[in-house]
Design a protein around this ligand. Structure first.
Ligand code: ZN
Length: 195
C-alpha cells in the first residue's frame, strides 16, 4: 500500500482539533461517481492533480472530514492519502439512533466511487482498503473480528452509532464482497504482515 499524506488543515474539523482514542475503523464510500482523490483532497502535490472547482474538503466551508481517502491519482493509479491525524476526531457519520456517534470512536476513510461497474478498480481499492485497515488495527491494537470494531457506514447505522447511509453495501456485494469478508481479509493481512 502506498500511503501519502495531505492533511486537510483548512477543514474546520481539523481546526477544531478534538482527539479520540481510536477503537475501530469505519469504511465509507463517497456516493458520487468520481474516482479521483483530487475531487476531495488538495492542494495538488504533483501526484493528485488539481481540482479547479474549489469544492475540495481542504477549505473552511467543508462540513465533513475523514482520516483518509482511497482512489485514483492523476495518472489513474490507486493510492491512499491520509487527510487527518489518526487520533483526531473526524466528521464522517453523524449521530445514530442510540444518540451516540462513531465520530467519537472510529477512524474513518472514504473510498472514491467510480460508476460501480468496474471490477478492476473495485479490486484495487478493496485491496488498498484492507491494507489500510490492517495497518490501523495493528497500530492501535484493534481486533478486526471483534464486534463493532471494523464496520461500514451502513453497519454503523444498524448499530445505532451512525446516520442512515447505504455505503458500502450498495457496492461491495456487486463484486461478491461482504463486510464479513472485509473483516476476514483484514485479519488475514495482519497475520501475514501484508500491508
Ligand atoms: Zn458514509
Amino acid at each position: 500500500m502506498e500511503l501519502r499524506r495531505c492533511i486537510l488543515t483548512q477543514n474546520p474539523c481539523y481546526q477544531q482539533g478534538r482527539k479520540i482514542t481510536p477503537a475501530g475503523v469505519m469504511v465509507h464510500s463517497t456516493g458520487a461517481s468520481n474516482p479521483y482523490i483530487s475531487r476531495y483532497v488538495q492542494p495538488d502535490d504533483g501526484r493528485l492533480g488539481k481540482n479547479p472547482h474549489r469544492n475540495d474538503w481542504n477549505r473552511p466551508e467543508a462540513a465533513a472530514c475523514v482520516h483518509a481517502f482511497i482512489g485514483k491519482t492523476a495518472d489513474g493509479s490507486v493510492a491512499v492519502y491520509q487527510t487527518l491525524p489518526w487520533d483526531m476526531r473526524g466528521w464522517h457519520c453523524g449521530k445514530g439512533t442510540s444518540g451516540k456517534s462513531a465520530n467519537n470512536t472510529h477512524i474513518a476513510f472514504e473510498i472514491c466511487e467510480d460508476g460501480l461497474e468496474c471490477e478492476e478498480y473495485f479490486q484495487k481499492v478493496y485491496r488498498a482498503a484492507v491494507a489500510l485497515t490492517a495497518c490501523l488495527c495493528k497500530k492501535y491494537r484493534l481486533d478486526p473480528m471483534a464486534g463493532g470494531v471494523v464496520i461500514c457506514h451502513q453497519e454503523g447505522f444498524k448499530l445505532g452509532v451512525a446516520s442512515n447511509h447505504a455505503d458500502v453495501l450498495h457496492w461491495f456485494p456487486k463484486f461478491g464482497k461482504t463486510m464479513a469478508d472485509f473483516r476476514r481479509d483484514t485479519a488475514a493481512a495482519i497475520e501475514k504482515g501484508n500491508f
